[in-house]
Design a binder for this molecule. Sequence first.
Ligand code: ATP
Length: 162
Amino acid sequence: MVREFSAGGVVLRRMSDGWHIAAIEPKKEEPPPSQSRRAVPRKQILALPKGLIDKGEDPVETAIREVREETGVIATLIAKLADIKYVYIRTWADRERVFKVVSFYLLRYQSGRIDDVRPEMRIEVHRALWLPLEDAQTKLSYSGERQVVRKAQEYLQTHPEV
Ligand code: ATP
């Protein structure tokens, strides 16, 4: 099976109304013309920022770079959270099964404006937003990412100095 390795971040930011994390609504894939008239519109995905690890790149650097590119936010490392794994089938080209591992890091917001992304990133990201941490378990689309955020919440409880 083909393998892919990505890295991403849970970016923490304390606001006046509590902790938030940076999340993205990925751009929906265009359905093939034969399926373009869908009776039920597809639900918008809400996910954590992440992306493929470039050759020779440290996964922490990938996470920080992808957060910057996909959300517009500059963040710094706090700690490693977890690796999540899933299998998906590539819809384009070969319909190959892909085994994917994504390493997630806990990051601290430093600067930048959410959703201030370069025009070319709009191919991948519909919108980036600050998601209240307390809403993550109901709003994030993937169970693996919800588990990663649960780890971030545990970290916050055991490290109140963050
Ligand atoms: P990357 O952001 O790493 O560059 P990508 O955008 O090319 O990757 P994925 O986000 O891995 O690709 O999405 C590929 C497929 O896997 C999609 O069908 C997506 O819905 C699904 N997927 C994405 N994240 C998860 C997850 N955490 N658990 C299960 N399926 C997922």
